[in-house]
Design a protein around this ligand. Structure first.
Ligand code: PMP
Length: 327
């Protein structure tokens, strides 16, 4: 990692990469709350479990009253977990309602008075001496949580660079699946971006069109229109992206979903990432070229403000997207 890394980005990485200092009291595992220290598996199972594991990343926002937590689009995340499992032929032993109850139970048990990140995940269980875990192997389901402190600087934005690594493709390891193994691809691209003095990579797909970042989708603004790679561009079907498109519609901003060329990034008035953890993150340089005037642009700012109001329960729009957890 380079010394040029923005401190804010460094802090964000530390938060996401090593939540160890934020160990919760409880974790949910296979139907019950279990004390954190007791949620172990045999060392031999780790690698095999990881090959086929699928997961979700959900944010819980502390409401203005400092009491209630608001889970953003919980059902959509749980549906996506089931879709990822289906593509990987993992049979989840729990339905949407059971998973919903599990998430609420563990969030309540851990008593957060801060924004939190919730990670439900599923993996083939037991010691499997077979790299290609057979379809239908019994699955464990775990719901992990930790306090979330975003170190990303929405005011300053971030510096992005197109990666020499291509995004994994639907024809090999589908990026539509939220699988831990896909993050090997994002990690390679991230390390390259950091080595070259940028904050985040932008990956192109196998057709050399813009796909997404390693943990977020991407959009650009040209002449007042928001343009974002279509869902068949080699991207995760992002819930933040879907949310942003609805908010832009509410704001009267036209949106186009289509293939995006790399060179369009260089001509864009604005560029931003969209993701659960990154929220709406402005991009201020691409491959060292300033985006617009080099500061977050007006469409990005309006969208970011609308998103923040929404997730914190300060907007009356889309109340069905928030699930309240009371202490
Ligand atoms: N793409 C990738 C590769 C991601 O990891 C994420 C984060 N989950 C996203 C896009 C954004 O998806 P979402 O808005 O659902 O968090």
């Amino acid at each position: 990692m380079t010394a040029t890394l923005q401190p804010a980005v460094r802090a964000e990485l530390d938060t996401l990469a090593s939540p160890g200092q934020d160990v919760p009291e409880w974790i949910w595992r296979n139907g019950a709350l279990v004390p954190w220290e007791q949620a172990t598996i045999h060392v031999n199972a780790v690698g095999h479990a990881s090959v086929a594991a699928v997961f979700e990343g959900i944010k819980a926002y502390l409401a203005a009253d400092g009491e209630r937590l608001l889970l953003f689009r919980l059902d959509e995340h749980l549906d996506r977990l089931r879709q990822s499992a289906r593509i990987c032929r993992l049979s989840l032993p729990y339905g949407r309602e059971e998973l919903r109850t599990a998430v609420l139970e563990v969030v309540r048990a851990n008593g957060y008075r801060t924004d939190a990140y919730i990670r439900p995940w599923a993996f083939p269980t037991g010691i499997i001496r077979e790299q290609m875990v057979p379809a239908g192997t019994e699955c464990e389901v775990v719901v992990d949580t930790w306090p979330f402190r975003s170190g990303l600087n929405k005011e300053r934005g971030c510096r992005a660079a197109v990666s020499s690594w291509l995004r994994v493709s639907d024809a090999s390891t589908p990026p539509r699946v939220k699988a831990f193994s896909n993050y090997h691809n994002g990690r390679l691209a991230l390390m390259e971006a950091r080595e070259n003095g940028h904050d985040w990579p932008i990956l192109l797909n196998e057709r050399h069109k813009v796909a997404e970042g390693p943990g977020a989708c991407i959009a650009l603004v040209r002449g007042g229109t928001v343009i974002t790679p279509s869902l068949t561009s080699g991207v995760l079907e992002s819930i933040t992206r879907a949310t942003a498109l609805e908010l832009l519609n509410d704001l009267g901003v036209p949106v186009v979903e289509r293939e995006v060329d790399r060179s369009e990034l260089y001509l864009a008035d604005e560029v931003f990432f969209m993701g659960t953890a990154w929220e709406i993150l402005p991009v201020t340089t691409v491959d060292g070229l300033r985006v617009g005037d080099g500061t977050p642009g007006p469409v990005t700012r309006r969208l970011e403000a609308a998103y923040t109001r929404l997730v914190r329960g300060e907007s009356r729009a889309h109340p069905d997207w928030l699930t309240e957890v009371r202490p």
